[in-house]
Design a protein around this ligand. Structure first.
Ligand code: RP5
Length: 162
């Protein structure tokens, strides 16, 4: 494993089962990451510190997942130029549409790369982070190419009976 270049942050412990999908992908691809609970609402000082120190600590990508009034990715993007990938966590009340809208509608100037709602979005966030790092990491690029080829090869050409 290389040095930690990806931060996976989430608003609550309850987000972890979703955000673990991103961590699992990074494990598969041999990308080192750290995980933290950082809430825009409950731990705003922790959010500020994390964003303020992200560049100096060598982070290249931050994956931020939150549900409901999901301010975390946008607030983090306001605090650091490290690219932020947002994951809208599925919610019970509004099925994650609240999370999606909270994350995707950033004003001009502070982008968040927003993924799909839930587990697929979290897994894709891991892949997106790996893609960003692979631009300047040929070994990772090879592992990512192999991962993608294996996924393609696993898709049958014709449907079978269930
Ligand atoms: C958000 O509120 C978190 O990101 C989480 O998705 C949601 C619910 O949090 P808990 O009440 O489960 O801690 O801040």
């Amino acid at each position: 494993m290389s040095e930690t270049r990806v931060g996976i942050i989430m608003g609550s412990q309850s987000d972890w089962p979703t955000m673990k999908e991103a961590a699992d992908i990074l494990d598969e691809l041999g990308v080192a990451y750290e995980t933290r609970i950082v809430s825009a609402h409950r731990t705003p000082d922790r959010l500020w510190d994390y964003g303020k120190t992200a560049v100096a600590r060598g982070l290249h990508v931050i994956i931020a997942g939150a549900g409901g009034a999901a301010h975390l990715p946008g607030m983090m993007a306001s605090k650091t130029r490290v690219p932020v990938i947002g994951v809208p966590v599925l919610t019970r009340a509004l099925s994650g549409v609240d999370s999606l809208y909270s994350i995707v509608q950033m004003p001009k100037g502070f982008p968040v790369a927003t993924m799909a709602i839930g587990a697929a979005g979290a897994a894709n966030a891991g892949l997106m982070a790996a893609s960003i790092l692979a631009v300047s990491d040929p070994d990772l690029a090879t592992r990512l190419d192999d991962w993608r080829a294996a996924l393609s090869a696993s898709i049958p050409e014709a449907p079978g009976d269930a």
